[in-house]
Design a protein around this ligand. Structure first.
Ligand code: IPE
Ligand code: MG
Length: 242
């Protein structure tokens, strides 16, 4: 399997799904699936970093995931704290820059501190930018953007005619990221689940039946190879030279 360097995606997003089913298949509690899934974030992010991919944006916890049982929510909120306590030196010494997007106001204080510290400690890292979406939902992101823009109009900082797709993008959490090239969703579900709705406008979509904890380097390479065989036209027509 060989990848074409010029056709590498610059920005990949992933919907990490199937942790619970992975655990169920093994007669384990769902939390064990989340544990394995968390280690897989590390492995897949390192691989993307090694491949020279610039941006990887992962959907870890949605604005709707609060509806899960308290015990599961609490486990999910504690996992990054435990992981950080154990591996912080490795994270500080790696070249990966870590950021978080989503609402911050509902995140437990202890986790919020870990998130802020990780962002600060890794902010100058030159490698992959790994964005973890926690308490993220597109409806929330777009609503926030609309409110900010409406406020600027009402305060006469901008006029209605200044509202363009570019301006809207400048109000999204992803404002300083390159366009999304590829979305990967694991576990066989073929839906977007309120993830990056605006940003997915021209992304290629890749769905696989593999459960997130089983999504390994081989599966990543398969997805990348599949992506490189797509013919991206962005509403135009096929370039004869391609
Ligand atoms: C994805 O796995 C992890 C999170 C959304 C936190 P799920 O927990 O959704 O796993 P399934 O879909 O029940 O298998
Ligand atoms: Mg799921």
């Amino acid at each position: 399997m060989s990848l074409i360097p010029e056709k590498m995606p610059h920005h990949i997003a992933m919907i990490l799904d199937g942790n619970g089913r992975w655990a169920k298949k093994r007669f384990l509690p769902r939390t064990m699936g989340h544990r394995k899934g968390a280690f897989n974030i590390r492995d897949i992010a390192s691989k993307c970093n090694a491949l020279g991919i610039e941006y990887l944006t992962m959907f870890c916890f949605s604005t709707e995931n609060w509806n899960r049982p308290d015990s599961e929510v609490s486990y999910l909120m504690k996992t990054p704290i435990r992981y950080y306590a154990r591996y912080k030196e490795q994270l500080w010494n790696s070249s990966v820059r870590i950021r978080f997007i989503g609402r911050r106001d509902r995140i437990p204080e202890e986790l919020r501190q870990v998130m802020e510290e990780l962002e600060e400690k890794t902010k100058d890292h030159p490698g992959l930018t790994l964005t973890l979406c926690i308490d993220y939902g597109s409806y929330d992101e777009i609503t926030t953007a609309v409110k900010e823009i409406a406020k600027d109009v009402s305060e006469q900082k901008i006029s209605v005619d200044d509202i363009t797709p570019n301006l809207i993008e400048q109000h999204l959490f992803t404002k300083d990221m390159p366009p999304l090239d590829l979305l990967i969703r694991t576990s066989g579900e073929c839906r977007i689940s309120n993830f990056l709705l605006w940003q997915l406008g021209y992304a290629e979509l890749y769905f696989t039946d593999v459960l997130w904890p089983d999504f390994n380097e081989k599966e990543l390479m398969k997805a990348l190879e599949n992506y490189q065989n797509r013919n991206r036209r962005f509403g135009g027509i096929q370039n004869e030279n391609q």
